[in-house]
Design a protein around this ligand. Structure first.
Ligand SMILES: [Zn+2]
Length: 507
């Protein structure tokens, strides 16, 4: 009953699937084994951005795959800093086409800790599972040629979802059209980044150097998950992101907690107090001016948000959480800047626990940003707060002199960051893409003002003067960035059809 009610409320766009999409589906169905076997090969190449040898192997694999599928001008784009992950570029020029769509995805992935992956799973040895391991599914054999793939099965491995899935489905969407002799209606450019998970620190150099080559009418970004309700979405913006690492110092050497406890201040306690002072029990960041720069949502954005299906009850069950941090809906909170503790470290716990007063305590802080925030200004607000809590802030290990002068010392390491980006919801090109995606799905579609996650789309706007739209294809429970990353096979197939539709964009 409730579902029917929701259905009626949603201002959704439904289009019939085009004949071309149906042809592509049939083509995919008869080529699944080859498609997945190539994908397994690609997933088998480790892809952490700092592992430059393997990053090069990935780039080479992508170039070979693109050339094999008839994509031209395939080349590596480097910035000016040597030995950094290159972007892979290629294009398809369509006679008579007046518009150009640039497709973006990234082939690097987050660092891995193999020991945390479920037994039998490995980040760079892709495995097939008959569902989600978190729900008790089992690793199964890859099917032989005469057996078919169940679309609910999942492939496990780093990058399966984030974001080799994007690279792979974009290339193979074009490959399917070519195999079927269907001409795209637009020129296509391909741009695959190799450093997204490491902060895209050289992307601006690549853009700067290849501005002309990278010109297009719109950039379509494939990254991130579909909506938790399973409904596909087109996303008009992303949050920005930056990090801080805070180290609070205790005694110069670890001390016996019996001989010194109560007298020598404990850095883990000091750090906990400092962190706790940053947020109240209503989930509001209490740092001065933290929300000041936020540009309020437009009427169109508010309207779009109000029609996104509510997934809070489903998520509470799925995640084992009773009460959300704030009272607003999930989507409302994603339109606010956030302050999150990524991890805390001090002396050992469990088997490593010893009766000591540790020498220091470290926390990594993640600041997500929304439109209006400037990442450096947001970092500074946190630093000012640390100061206001009675800490001497330093950017290097404290000297003896500093230890002698200040009661509390916090060393701050700032990382780079980037701002949020938003494309207006009435952007003409974006709305044409929404129509194309809806026609591929023949189903409802969510128009989402912003993704909770971050992508360096701010740089796209700044350097290339383009307003991108994002089309995520991965299942929401893909464990991206963590152990047991996976992609549901049907999400790959849907992705293929979605990108085919975008390549066949109508006026
Ligand atoms: Zn990603």
């Amino acid at each position: 009953m409730q579902k029917i009610f929701l259905f009626l409320l949603l201002p959704v766009i439904g289009f019939s699937q085009s004949a071309s999409v149906l042809k592509v589906r049939a083509y995919r169905q008869s080529n699944e084994h080859e498609l997945i076997s190539d994908y397994r090969q690609f997933l088998g190449i480790p892809n952490v951005a700092s592992d430059i040898d393997n990053i090069q192997r990935n780039a080479t694999w992508i170039m070979n795959h693109m050339r094999a599928k008839g994509i031209t001008q395939v080349q590596l784009l480097n910035g000016i800093t040597p030995n950094k992950p290159p972007a892979v570029y290629g294009e398809v020029v369509v006679p008579g086409a007046k518009e150009t769509i640039v497709f973006y995805a990234h082939y690097d992935g987050q660092p891995v800790d193999s020991s945390k992956w479920q037994t039998g799973l490995h980040p760079f040895r892709p495995q097939l599972v008959n569902g989600s391991v978190d729900m008790g599914a089992q690793i199964i054999e890859w099917p032989s040629k005469n057996q078919s793939y169940n679309p609910e099965w999942r492939i496990y491995g780093r990058g399966t979802s984030d974001d080799k899935a994007g690279v792979y489905t974009i290339i193979n969407a074009y490959a399917a059209l070519r195999a079927l002799n269907i001409q795209p209606t637009v020129n296509i450019k391909f741009f695959f980044e190799g450093e997204e998970e490491a902060g895209s620190t050289h992307l601006h150099e690549i853009f700067e150097q290849h501005k002309k080559l990278l010109e297009g009418d719109v950039w379509v970004i494939c990254d991130g998950p579909v909506h938790q309700s399973g409904t596909k979405q087109v996303v008009f913006g992303v949050r920005g992101d930056t990090h801080l690492e805070l180290t609070v110092f205790g005694p110069k050497r670890p001390l016996h907690s019996g001989h010194y406890g109560n007298w020598v201040p404990n850095p883990a306690m000091e750090l906990s107090r400092l962190l706790a002072s940053m947020k109240n029990d209503k989930g509001e960041v209490t740092i001065k001016g933290f929300y000041d720069d936020v540009i309020p949502l437009s009427e169109a954005e508010k309207k779009a948000l109000s029609s996104v299906p509510s997934v809070e009850e489903q998520l509470k069950k799925e995640l084992g959480i009773r009460k959300p941090e704030r009272t607003e809906s999930l989507n409302e909170t994603l339109n606010l800047p956030s302050l999150n503790i990524n991890g805390i470290q001090s002396a050992g716990v469990g088997k490593q626990s010893a009766n000591v007063i540790p020498t220091k305590a470290i926390a990594s802080i993640d600041l997500r940003l929304v439109a209006g925030n400037d990442w450096e200004r947001q970092q500074q607000k946190v630093i000012d707060h640390i100061n206001s809590m009675g800490f001497f802030v330093t950017y290097s290990e404290p000297t003896d002199q500093e230890r002698a002068t200040h009661d509390r010392i916090c060393m701050v390491k700032k990382s780079d960051g980037y701002n949020a980006q938003k494309t207006p919801m009435d952007n003409v090109m974006a709305q044409r893409i929404v129509k194309a995606v809806a026609s591929a799905l023949s189903s409802r579609l969510i128009e989402m003002p912003t993704l909770g996650g971050s992508l360096p789309l701010f740089i796209f706007e700044q350097k290339l003067k383009t307003q991108p739209v994002t089309i995520p294809i991965a299942n929401h429970d893909n464990n991206q960035h963590a152990e047991n990353e996976n992609i549901r096979i049907q999400n790959l197939w849907d992705g293929l059809e979605i990108f085919v539709s975008v390549m066949l964009l109508h006026k």
